[in-house]
Design a protein. Structure first.
Length: 280
C-alpha cells in the first residue's frame, strides 16, 4: 500500500493526515498561503512543525495537498517547490483548498461546496470537477461570511461607536485595545486577515446579543446573496459547508437554507474526514 500524506491548509492552520503507514495519524501546523510565504519559508515551516510529528522512518509515496491560494499556476509552483524539497521522491499533487472541500464534502456526488473559515469560497462540483466557481476576492474586496469578514464588521461597529454600553464593556475588557492599535494591525502589520478573523471568537462568545446576531445574520446572508445565489444548481442540489465559521454558526446556515427553501447538506468543521475516505 502506498503511503499518502494529505494536507488541508487554510491561511491560519493546516491539517495533515498520514495514510497507509504502520503508524497513521493526524497532525496540525500553521497555515500555508503562497500569497504570504515563499517556497523557502514554506519548506522551513514544514521542517520545523510537521516533520518532528511524523514517524521518523516513514517513506512518503504521495502528497495530496489542498491549500488556500493554490489556484494560479505561480502559487501552485511555490507550494510544489517546497513540498518537493522536503519529499524529493514523492509524487506531488497540489490543488486549491476548494477542490479539497468539494471532494471532502461531496465525495463523488454533485453539490454546492462552500468554505467559511478565515476566508470564504464556494463552487458547484459535479462529482468529478469544479464546474463553476464564483470568484473569491480576498478579505479586502470579498470573503463574505468568513472569519475575516465577521471580524471586520465587528471592528466597524466598535470603531463607529455602534455598540451599546454593555457590549462595549465586554469588548474592552477582553481586548484592551484602541483605535490606533486596531488600524496598526489592519494596515501595517503582517497577516491582517488572521487578525481580523481572530475577533470572530468574540461573536461566538456573545451569542444572543442583538448586535452580535445582526452581524452574524447579515454577514452570512451576504454570503448566500453574493455566492450561493449565483449557482442555478443551488436550487436542485444540496449545499455543503466546511470551516470553523460554518461549524460554529451552523444554526444560522440552517435557518437561511430553510428561509430560502434550499437543501442543507453536510456541515464539517474540516473536510479531512471526507478527504481520507476519498483517497482511500
Amino acid at each position: 500500500m502506498k503511503v499518502q500524506l494529505i494536507a488541508d491548509s487554510g491561511s491560519t492552520k493546516a491539517e495533515w493526515c498520514l495514510l497507509g503507514a504502520r503508524e497513521t495519524g493526524r497532525y496540525r501546523t500553521t497555515g500555508i498561503s503562497p500569497y504570504f510565504l515563499n517556497a523557502a519559508q514554506i519548506k522551513e515551516l514544514l521542517e520545523k512543525e510537521l516533520l518532528p510529528q511524523l514517524p521518523p522512518d516513514v517513506q512518503i509515496d504521495e502528497v495530496h495537498y489542498y491549500g488556500t491560494g493554490c489556484l494560479q499556476r505561480k502559487s501552485v509552483e511555490i507550494v510544489e517547490s517546497a513540498l518537493k524539497a522536503v519529499w524529493p521522491v514523492a509524487a506531488i499533487e497540489v490543488n486549491h483548498d476548494l477542490m479539497g472541500a468539494a471532494r471532502g464534502l461531496c465525495g463523488k456526488e454533485p453539490g454546492i461546496a462552500s468554505i467559511l473559515g478565515t476566508g470564504s469560497n464556494s463552487c458547484y462540483f459535479d462529482g468529478k470537477t469544479i464546474q463553476k466557481n464564483n470568484p473569491g476576492l480576498g478579505y479586502v474586496l470579498g470573503d463574505e461570511g468568513s472569519g475575516a469578514y465577521l471580524g471586520k464588521k465587528l471592528l466597524q461597529y466598535y470603531l463607529y461607536n455602534s455598540f451599546d454600553e454593555e457590549l462595549k464593556a465586554r469588548f474592552d475588557a477582553q481586548y484592551n485595545t484602541n483605535h490606533e492599535e486596531i488600524l496598526e494591525n489592519v494596515y501595517r502589520r503582517p497577516l491582517p486577515n488572521r487578525y481580523l478573523a481572530s475577533f470572530a471568537q468574540f461573536l461566538g462568545e456573545n451569542r444572543g446579543h442583538f448586535i452580535v446576531e445582526n452581524i452574524l445574520e447579515d454577514s452570512l446572508n451576504e454570503f448566500f446573496f453574493s455566492h450561493i445565489y449565483k449557482y442555478t444548481e443551488s436550487w436542485t442540489h444540496p449545499l455543503h459547508f466546511t470551516g470553523s465559521i460554518a461549524w460554529h454558526f451552523q444554526d444560522i446556515l440552517n435557518e437561511l437554507c430553510e428561509l430560502y427553501e434550499l437543501q442543507m447538506g453536510r456541515i464539517l468543521r474540516s473536510p479531512m474526514d471526507g478527504l481520507m475516505a476519498y483517497h482511500q
